[in-house]
Design a protein around this ligand. Structure first.
Ligand SMILES: Nc1ncnc2c1ncn2[C@@H]1O[C@H](COP(=O)(O)OP(=O)(O)OP(=O)(O)O)[C@@H](O)[C@H]1O
Length: 274
């Protein structure tokens, strides 16, 4: 699976980046260096996937880059704004106004309609948003005939499409997605990944996605690979096969967790069904 980028000409700089990022959990005997000097930029107008074995620091990197967690040392930036320089209130506002999130759990409010869920972040911020933009998003995610339904009346894939539309509703600088297809069957997952890619390529948005699935990573323009808290590789125009091959090389480079082994097996089986 190859996805042409076609976006090189619109790259204007990094939507998000970390510099010399170190994150240490615990201390003494229980100390874990989850990030061990990572420097990586996520270019504006591109779809970047973060991959690596279980425990390699993917979620920690995403959480620190998105201001959901703080670095032990180093710096994280959204655009030119250094997150560590912000107080709690300004950091909360930056997350609300400049970052969108998609998580494995859809996190929709059950009592609100699809339309209300999509505009919820704008409503909470007291912003009207751009109705034309919201309208185009509704078309991209294919939810126009579901706008007045409640989440319980939708399939899992449809619910995640609502979550994707909500993440982009305020035109954030960057949308961070953490295993966005983890709760979906492969067909619904492919739809959600396709629309993340479409939102980047057709609407010029920026997505950074953590995944352990090489098939999902192949929707990105570029994959960055972490191992043991370090950035160890990058791959432009990834395909599932090439990502899988790179992941399998980790097997010879260090201990493997059951989860990574399972993800490698699952992907190999999907590619070569018996
Ligand atoms: N709150 C925490 N307290 C202590 N250690 C943590 C904490 N969060 C993560 N870690 C450790 O930091 C390391 C990196 O974890 P992280 O969740 O970022 O990895 P990951 O690559 O996202 O893993 P997975 O693919 O299994 O989700 C792991 O060794 C993990 O056990």
């Amino acid at each position: 699976m190859t996805h042409a980028t076609g976006t090189a000409s619109v790259i204007t700089g990094a939507a998000a980046r970390v510099v010399d990022a170190v994150k240490v959990y615990g201390s003494g005997d229980t100390e874990v260096r989850a990030l061990d000097g990572v420097g990586v930029a996520f270019p504006a107008g591109r779809f970047t996937a973060i991959m690596g074995p279980s425990g390699s620091g993917k979620s920690t990197l995403m959480h620190c880059a998105a201001g959901l967690d703080t670095l032990t040392s180093g710096a994280a930036f959204i655009g030119d704004t250094e997150l560590g320089a912000l107080g709690d209130k300004r950091l909360t506002m930056l997350r609300r106004d400049r970052i969108g999130f998609v998580f494995q759990a859809f996190n929709l409010l059950p009592t609100l309609t699809v339309a209300e869920n999509i505009t919820l972040p704008l409503d909470l911020a007291g912003r009207r948003g751009d109705p034309a933009w919201t309208d185009s998003l509704i078309d991209v995610v294919g939810l126009r005939d579901r706008l007045h339904h409640r989440p319980a009346e939708l399939s899992g894939g449809q619910q995640q499409r609502v979550a994707v539309a909500r993440a982009f509703a305020g035109r954030p600088d960057v949308v961070f997605a953490d295993e966005p297809t983890g709760n979906l069957d492969s067909r619904s997952g492919a739809e959600v990944l396709g629309l993340l890619a479409d939102t980047v390529r057709e609407l010029g948005r920026t997505v950074v996605m953590v995944t352990h699935d090489p098939v999902a990573a192949a929707y990105a323009d570029e994959v960055v690979f972490l191992a043991d808290g370090r950035l160890v590789d990058r791959m432009e125009a990834p395909t599932a096969d090439r990502v899988l091959d790179r992941m399998q090389r980790f097997v010879g480079e260090g201990p493997r967790s059951p989860r990574t082994a399972r993800s490698l097996n699952d992907t190999a089986e999907r590619k070569n069904p018996s």
